[in-house]
Ligand binder design. Sequence first.
Ligand code: HEM
Length: 509
Amino acid sequence: MAVIDLYDLRASLLSDEHFTRTILFRLATFYLLWKAVATTYSVFFGPLSKFPGPRMAATTQWYRTYIELVKNVSMSTKLKELHEQYGPVVRIGPNELHFSSPTAYNAIYQQKFDKEPILYKSFGEDESSFGYLSVKEAKPRKDLLNPLFSRRETIRMQGLVQEKVDKLCKNMVKRYEEGKSCNMLMALRCAAMDVITTFCFAKSVDSLDEPDFEAPIIIAMESTLPSFLLFRHFPLIRWLVFSLPPWLTMVTAPKMKGLLDLQKMLSGQIAEVKADPSVLEKTPHRTIYHPLLQEANVSAKSLYEEGQAMLFAGTDTVSNTVMLAIFHILENPAIHKRLQEELIEFWPDLNTTPRYEELEKLPYLNAVIKESLRHTPAVAAGLLRIVGPESANIDGYEVPQGTVISMAILFMHMNKTIFRHGEKFVPEAWLEPGAKELESKLVPFSKGPRMCLGQNLAYCELYLMFANIFRRFDLTLDGTVASDLEWRECFLPWYYKRHIHCYTKPRTA
Ligand code: HEM
């Protein structure tokens, strides 16, 4: 009897197992068939089928993963190739288009389209002015912060920027006196980081005090940049990495120390201001917390993410712009000479310090800064937007609602019908009679409702950094060549080769 029972049991288990397997097999077959039909429809008959592009891109999202992670090619480099082959609009994903013609730029970015979630959520700054996906959520936050980043406030706070630039110069002198060249990328990053932490939190992380500009926070930011690509394509990995307890992160990735220290500093400060907002009365100047605490029920998470967004948005962008320009200026002795002569004439006595508003009036310095902003891929990636709530006409094409669209800034800035000198660094272009027209095509800070919040501060930093570096020093390159400046697109550019090094000989008069 017992034997029969066992036999029956085994048979019924087997048949259950068989049943489950059959169901699973059928479901999988059904899913694959459905996927094949849906993909075929989307590629050949769907609303985006009329747009040209590689067949593989129209078929699967993995096309981009393949380009970026397997072939190790920046998407912007691939896009250049694709636009040459297919024209001003290319289908680069099953649901994604990229545009390249200057008229498309405003049509995309002046509208109130949402940011695309997969890209923007990969930064872990969902509740910040940068990370909110909709204009509806971002606008009230930006309205609160705008007065702090207004031109008037930046002019009032310029002493704070000058103080960091002075410290940068002092350390550049020290380095020269030690007979060493200076890693300008690290030096400028430290300066920009100290500006932004002082400006936003009234608490500098003092990266400029670190020997040889090797500040842990800058090293940590530099080492997280390439992981952005992995996180974007595999969000689960990002989640796993960021869920690790700090001690484990320190063991597995010691380069992250600076970021962990910063997280600790910011979290501590936020806990303090949340517990007792009156501590803000004691800060030497207004910080981002002053306006943000006016937001009803603002969470500690949101305060933290806003702080982090400011650091990432305001450090590499500024420092890369100055760093790349230094290289081009030093490569072109005529530009270097003209810039220095203008600065010496305007600023004869090195014991004085000119103000930002005065420096803005110098025509050649002005032209150099515009050309630097044009030339630097400060934000290299296409800023993805989702067409909605209805379909939209972009550059003469009817684009269906829900389509992901973008136009990377460098397609505007390197367009030879507008900027005839293309990839050459030519400040003179901004002094020619037709230059006013070029200004509307200069979009380093993007356009429309999601344009950069920090552009006034950025301009103040750029003027003070350029003026002080080229007036106070005779710079020469230490072996840096153009190929050292190659970069990979990781939303921001990642300069993965030997950084630019300069000998920084101080001028005495
Ligand atoms: C040369 C320097 C800079 C350049 C070229 C630059 C460029 C940009 C660009 C292109 C965007 C649009 C990003 C997007 O749509 O996803 C942006 C957004 C932003 N930038 Fe800047 N930026 C610079 C400096 C700064 C600084 C110093 C800050 C200071 C805090 C800052 C804060 C922000 C913020 C908060 C946003 C998000 C705005 C939004 O999404 O509505 N940026 N920036």
